[in-house]
Design a protein around this ligand. Structure first.
Ligand code: 5GP
Length: 348
């Protein structure tokens, strides 16, 4: 079996995927049709081509945050959001993903409030046709003021109580040059005390103090972790803190390359983290924006860092350890182990 086929068939776990950044072109076209049929006007025709931020794109990480408004214009009704969720989950499933934690930022639109927003995603997740095990992480955006952040946290706690088997976590994302982590600490602490697991976008831009504060908070996972190693804008102290904490890092190779957060695949910090024994998880981030898939991310990682199939399978296996729904860990792990046994890949 060639490497591409292997990476596709390998049962994989996706732990860092933003819903509105994950919409494929075909999903966006179906949403446009749904909106047109429902009499919902959108202006996305002009901008659809700007949604994908491919290799060699002149735009960078800060420009990337404008791009999401294109997807947001398509997901303004509960029907559209539910459909976007279902179709996106199906695409991950077709790509060999067996467990996903989708994340999204609840927002008010002219056609729904934040509660209806979360309800719509939960309905999409509950679609009985989906075989993939799907969970939801509620996102807080760094641009939010305290009152907004508190409202999102209340919502996350409310839905975690209502759907403990679906809403499993809370995360902090959005433009990393906006906002201060310390301002989000009370809300994140409250969410954690209520039983939600926490993931933090960390070190996307150089900010050693914030990286240290985030690591000290001891979230269950960190996202990206670009500027932590001294080679990439971190310091000895940030690197040492990560090595001591061994907090798993959700890595998104193509996202970091296409936003120019790293200079190329070869210089991606996967290498430093992997060699230091820090738990790493391969993810897509925004598969629509970055025109990628989870199997492609595994393949790029294998090719760039010359990993054997066994090492790739072990990455998928170890990712199971870090899923927020602890009840599911063994089920998902068993799927990966079965694949490894079937393909005579040492599983112990
Ligand atoms: P949504 O939360 O609307 O479903 O997904 C899009 C949102 O995810 C964006 O508006 C942004 O807040 C967040 N996001 C997506 N990709 C990235 C990323 O690479 N870095 C950061 N910090 N936030 C992101």
């Amino acid at each position: 079996m060639d490497l591409f086929q292997f990476c596709r068939e390998l049962p994989k776990v996706e732990l860092h995927a933003h819903l509105n950044g994950s919409l494929s072109k075909s999903t966006m076209l179906l949403l446009k049709r749904l909106n047109a049929d429902s009499g919902i006007k959108d202006e996305t025709n002009t901008f659809m081509d700007e949604f994908v931020m491919g290799a060699g794109d002149t735009r960078s990480l800060s420009d990337c945050f404008q791009i999401f408004s294109i997807a947001h214009a398509l997901t303004t009704t509960p029907q559209a959001l539910q459909m976007a969720t279902s179709l996106t989950l199906r695409e991950f499933q077709d790509d060999g993903c067996c467990y996903i934690e989708l994340r999204s930022t609840p927002r008010d639109t002219p056609h729904m409030n934040k509660n209806q927003y979360v309800d719509a995603i939960v309905k999409g997740i509950k679609n009985p046709e989906n075989l993939i095990i799907s969970r939801l992480i509620i996102s807080i955006n760094r641009t939010m003021v305290t009152a907004e952040c508190d409202a999102i946290t209340d919502l996350a706690i409310e839905y975690h109580k209502k759907y403990p088997d679906i809403v499993v976590g809370i995360e902090l994302s959005g433009n990393p040059i906006v906002g201060e982590f310390q301002n989000f600490l009370p809300a994140l602490t409250r969410a954690r005390d209520a039983g939600l697991k926490v993931s933090l976008h960390c070190g996307e831009v150089r900010n050693p103090k914030e990286v240290l504060d985030m690591i000290n908070f001891k979230p269950e996972r960190l996202g990206h972790g670009v500027c932590i190693h001294p080679k990439f804008g971190g310091t000895q102290e940030t690197w040492q803190a990560l090595c001591n904490s061994l907090i798993p890092v959700e890595l998104c190779l193509t996202s970091n390359v296409n936003t120019k957060s790293v200079s190329g695949y070869e210089s991606h910090h996967f290498k430093e983290l992997y060699e230091a024994g820090i738990p790493v998880i391969i993810n897509t981030d925004d598969k629509g924006v970055f025109a990628t898939s989870l199997s492609q991310e595994y393949m790029l990682c294998a090719e760039t860092f010359h990993l054997e199939k066994e090492q790739i399978a072990r990455l998928a296996l170890s990712a199971c350890q870090y899923i927020f729904d602890t009840e599911c860990r063994d089920t998902v792990k068993t799927k990966v182990l079965e694949f490894m046994n079937k393909h005579y890949i040492c599983s112990y």
